[in-house]
Ligand binder design. Structure first.
Ligand code: COA
Length: 228
């Protein structure tokens, strides 16, 4: 009896959801366009470009992808990528995924969410599972240009320093942060908005500032304490 009540309520919920979706569709041609881009164009476009897109990945808007011949970009199951301005807090540009050299790779783990961030690999950027990446964050394994002006005159980008970046499971990367070359963010670390991270961050540590410094741990902050 209880089960049949439950399933009736579920079907009623589904019907109501479909009705409100249909009502939205009829009201707004823009919604139809957005739904088409998000559900059909984005996954298809990424696959055509050579991105490996896991089952259940969801897109809001179209990410910008640059994939060199032989490079690899892999999105695990249930990854969510936000790229539409205004669709989620403070998104100012589409998510950028750029694997620039033949052996570069970007790997994004299951259930990770990325909001209008820029992820650039000359070597490797590896992002774990259930990581949250805020709007405007830059995760770059390269300085992009040599620090030596003589080198830059010869070639704008050749000889730039590079070192792989790793972000472990359940890290929270705040909005407008920069995660620079060679950094590992260990599991469940939190990077406060606007931080510039130049060194590894320990598991469960909370950092902010420029350059980022440890200000506490997730556990202590959850218990209402601050300071390291
Ligand atoms: C500035 C930069 C080029 C320096 O690189 P580097 O010479 O390899 O410097 P290191 O990583 O060895 O860091 C040296 C020190 O400076 C600090 N530091 C490095 N970059 C920093 C930055 N952007 N902000 C604040 N501190 C920084 C490091 O924490 C380290 O501090 P310490 O001496 O207390 O240990 C680099 O860190 C950087 O900012 N890269 C991004 C460049 C960029 O924006 N490119 C895009 C252009 S389109």
């Amino acid at each position: 009896m209880l089960r049949s009540c439950g399933s009736a309520a579920t079907s009623y919920g589904r019907v109501m959801h479909m009705r409100s979706l249909l009502a939205r569709l009829v009201r707004s041609p823009r919604t139809i366009l957005h739904l088409a881009v998000d559900r059909i164009v984005a996954p298809l476009w990424l696959r055509l470009l050579g991105v490996e897109v896991g089952a259940g990945c969801r897109f809001e808007g179209l990410p910008m992808v640059s994939l060199a011949d032989g490079a690899r970009i892999t999105l695990g199951r249930d990854v969510v990528i936000w790229s539409r301005e205004g669709s989620s807090g403070g998104i100012a540009h589409p998510t950028i995924l750029a694997a620039l050299e033949p052996h570069s790779s970007i790997v994004v783990g299951e259930g990770t969410g990325i909001s209008g961030a820029s992820i650039v690999a000359r070597r490797r950027v590896e992002i774990g599972r259930r990581v949250l990446i805020g709007a405007g964050a830059g995760i770059w394994d390269t300085d992009f240009h040599s620090l030596d002006p003589a080198q830059r005159r010869v070639h704008a980008t050749r000889d730039a320093a590079c070192a792989a970046v790793q972000i472990e499971d359940e890290v929270f990367v705040g909005a407008r942060t920069l995660i620079l070359k060679g950094v590992t963010l260990h599991s469940q670390a939190v990077v406060g908005a606007g931080a510039v991270v130049t060194k590894d961050v320990g598991a469960g540590a909370v950092v902010f500032g420029n350059p980022a410094r440890v200000v506490g741990t997730v556990r202590r902050i959850n218990q209402g304490e601050r300071g390291s």
